[in-house]
Design a protein around this ligand. Structure first.
Ligand SMILES: *[C@@H]1O[C@H](CO)[C@@H](O)[C@H](O)[C@H]1NC(C)=O
Ligand SMILES: CC(=O)N[C@H]1CO[C@H](CO)[C@@H](O)[C@@H]1O
Length: 302
């Protein structure tokens, strides 16, 4: 083979590699993110920074950070006051109407945004969600207030009981987002009957086979728990566990729960198939480093 031929081979070889790289960037799976309470889609210090970070790590990726409402301010307010079921329907609509998401997407929810995205997975199978990554989400709800670590403080208990007496009234359910995933283990029947959002997606009243089928189509359901979390009570809710019914101290894992044992949501089957991933992060609520994020979560976005 002559030197000239060799050079052209090398040239075409590089060209192919280059083309491969360009195409590769468009082979990335799009990502949809949903922010947590008190946050919004576009805050440059939170969701904005994470979006940028993902774009740097996975060049060419299409990232949508959901804005619930017409403006950033409305988006923040929605996180406190807008009926969650309406928010989920709004998100489903936005996702369905985005032509770039037609082929499917990965989803990453932060704090309450994680359980809201799970509802999207259960209710809106088109386009398909591939991996769901829950970062500090509360899949069995909360029975404690932010920065109020439950049984350790009498004041927290008092506030909890006060919120508690009203959390399941229609007015509060409709208008306070956190009431819609308020889970009172001392009044579990009331929770089952009245919780407009969480009891529905967790199949507490009936088993909706559609929810189960849709959730089970996920490739992976990744749940991140923060080991020093001072905002979520109980923290095990980030791994889909909760308090044992009838008291607010002793907890049980997802695997110990009725939800799992009766497999009302398909989680036991998913677990057996290796689709559930339980990750720990050594920090307070949503506190992680870029190194941790790259090592633990980026692999699920590729
Ligand atoms: C089950 O969920 C689907 C999807 O959200 C919904 O259309 C249907 O009405 C639900 N069925 C019941 C019995 O709640
Ligand atoms: C040719 C092509 O489809 N390019 C797209 C690759 O992905 C980026 C990010 O989504 C798009 O902006 C390009 O249009």
């Amino acid at each position: 083979m002559g030197a000239h031929n060799m050079a052209s081979l090398l040239f075409f070889g590089s060209l192919l590699l280059l083309l491969g790289a360009v195409q590769g960037s468009n082979n990335t799976i799009p990502l949809v993110m949903w922010h947590g309470m008190g946050d919004n889609c576009c805050n440059p210090l939170s969701m904005g920074a994470i979006k940028k970070m993902v774009e740097e790590e996975l060049p060419g990726i299409y990232v949508v950070s959901l804005m619930i409402g017409k403006t950033v301010t409305q988006d923040t307010e929605s996180g406190f006051f807008m009926d969650v079921n309406t928010q989920v329907a709004f998100a489903c609509d936005k996702i369905a109407q985005d032509p770039k998401l037609k082929g499917g997407y990965n989803a990453m929810g932060f704090s309450q945004g994680a359980q809201f995205l799970r509802a999207v997975a259960q209710r809106c199978p088109n386009p398909p969600m591939k991996n769901l990554i829950s970062v500090g989400g509360q899949h069995q709800g909360v029975y404690g207030l932010p920065r109020c670590p439950g049984e350790s403080s009498h004041i927290c208990d008092w506030i909890r009981k006060a919120l508690d007496s009203g959390a399941y009234t229609n007015a509060v359910q409709k208008h306070l987002v956190q009431a819609q995933y308020w889970h009172d283990p001392l009044n579990n029947d009331l929770y089952k009957q009245r919780s407009l959002f969480l009891a529905d997606i967790n199949q507490e009243r009936v088993v909706n086979e559609t929810y189960k089928k849709n959730l089970m189509t996920l490739e992976k359901f990744v749940m991140v728990k923060f080991l020093q979390d001072t905002m979520v009570d109980p923290v095990i809710s980030e791994w889909f566990g909760f308090f044992k019914i009838g008291q607010g101290q002793e907890t049980e894992t997802l695997q110990e729960s009725t939800l799992y044992k009766e497999d009302r949501l398909g989680l036991a089957e998913m677990d057996k198939a290796g689709k559930l991933v339980f990750l720990e992060c050594d920090g307070d609520h949503l506190q992680f480093t870029r190194e941790w994020f790259n090592a633990k979560l980026i692999p699920y976005l590729q």
